[in-house]
Design a protein around this ligand. Structure first.
Ligand SMILES: [Zn+2]
Length: 256
């Protein structure tokens, strides 16, 4: 059984098709989905999905792109939801130095506040990082007691080593593996096998090869392509990898 560790099923681009998408995924042995919110506007939608479908696990948080759009009492609302829904995780939160460098100070403020909630309520946190590993690392050391998933992971080999030294960090790989360079593949070998996870980030991050073969949008069933690529990189049978990933998933999701 596979888990898509980071996706956005509440996105209006795929939400109308949700029944079909879940069925397609089930047919590929993908039975669990961590659905991440991005800001106050979509939190209730994420939680509704998780109430309706037991295989959808919710995460709510403020994405670095949307910090400026947040209301003054965003943190109160977020904490209230975490109290109300014990299985709710935190995400997608993070730092982005590429798409919204100008809000960096605010991003850091939001990030720290949300990590504090992760600690207070013992919830795993799904993290977006674009070109900000050097800023993220001190935070992750400070919050080394919080379980963290680095979404669509990519970093330099030096940084990967530093991050791998923190035992509560999990490394989640997306379809970018299918596009990607030798470099990313080398980094995978620096990560402990029991802390590798997979995701699609649906409906985003459609791999170029799938685009070329006519896919229009990314969907959770495409996780199977990420699995196959990862098995090829690690030079093991996809079924063996699947077993290990199921174990990794359970470790990530069980408390604390
Ligand atoms: Zn995402």
């Amino acid at each position: 059984m596979l888990t898509d560790h980071h996706c956005h099923l509440q996105d209006p681009k795929i939400l109308p098709e949700i029944e079909k998408l879940l069925l397609q995924a089930r047919n590929k042995d993908i039975f669990r989905f961590i659905c991440c919110g991005t800001g106050e506007e979509d939190w209730s939608q994420v939680l509704k999905l998780s109430e309706r479908y037991s295989e959808i696990l919710p995460a709510v948080g403020v994405h670095p792109w949307f910090v400026e759009k947040s209301s003054p009492d965003w943190i109160v609302k977020l904490e209230r939801l975490l109290k109300q829904v014990p299985k709710c995780m935190i995400g997608e939160i993070g730092l982005d130095l590429y798409f919204c460098r100008e809000t960096l100070e605010l991003q850091k403020f939001f990030f720290e506040k949300q990590m504090l909630l992760g600690r207070k309520y013992g919830r795993p946190v799904s993290i977006h990082n674009v070109r900000a590993s050097h800023l993220l690392l001190p935070f992750l050391r400070q919050f080394s007691d919080v379980k963290v998933l680095l979404h669509s992971f990519s970093a330099s080999p030096e940084m990967t080593r530093e991050l791998a030294a923190l035992p509560k960090i999990f490394f989640s790989f997306s379809g970018t593996l299918l596009n990607s360079s030798k470099k990313l593949k080398e980094q995978i070998h620096l990560i402990p096998f029991n802390r590798i996870l997979l995701e699609t980030d649906s409906p985003d991050l459609l791999p170029q090869v799938l685009k070329n073969s006519g896919h229009k949008i990314n969907v959770p069933a495409n996780l199977i392509f990420v699995l196959e690529k990862m098995a090829e990189i690690l030079n093991i049978a996809p079924n063996i990898l699947k077993e290990q990933l199921a174990e990794n998933s359970d470790t990530f999701l069980k408390d604390p």
